[in-house]
Design a protein. Structure first.
Length: 164
């Protein structure tokens, strides 16, 4: 098996968020996130696992879609979220946030943790990779670093897909 890794550098995005947990809600804050992607598998006829340039371009596009946005967990059971015509209203207990719609990126996840962001980036990457030859890949791991030395990872096994 072979592996390729692309990480950091320009594979990053800056975004605001807060996390709700155990009946509490963090203050609104932001991070300069770093993203890493590792693909595992056999080699293509050209002796590649996957073209670095193409992989970095795809990951950069995903990062760009997240960059300079407020990341909103649409599937949260702890937040009361309402979309208006030009704004989003978010409530948690006595807190109320109203944000311009153009600044908000609603995500189909339950919380904006590094773990869920890694899973979201992985899902976006899987969608983009489906347009390319990937039958030789066996696994993909996506990491999201929210501070130096503080990262979460999500691993997708391609072998599950083949069993379906």
């Amino acid at each position: 098996m072979y592996r390729v890794l692309v990480e950091k550098g320009y594979l990053s995005f800056s975004a605001a968020h807060f996390i709700s947990f155990m009946g509490k809600c963090e203050r609104l804050h932001g991070h300069n996130y770093g993203v890493s992607v590792e693909l595992e598998g056999g080699l293509t006829e050209d002796a590649y696992v996957f073209d670095f340039v193409l992989l970095k371009r795809i990951v950069r596009q995903i990062c760009d879609s997240l960059d300079h946005r407020f990341l909103l967990p649409e599937a949260s059971e702890e937040l009361d979220v309402r979309q208006g015509e030009a704004e989003w209203e978010i409530r948690f207990e006595d807190r109320r946030y109203v944000l311009p719609a153009a600044d908000v990126l609603p995500l189909p996840i339950d919380n904006i943790t590094a773990e869920r962001l890694a899973e979201y980036v992985c899902d976006q990457l899987l969608d983009a990779l489906s347009r390319h030859e990937i039958s030789h890949l066996t696994a993909m791991t996506v990491g999201v670093e929210e501070a130096s030395g503080q990262a979460a990872y999500y691993r997708h096994s391609f072998t599950r897909d083949r069993a379906r």
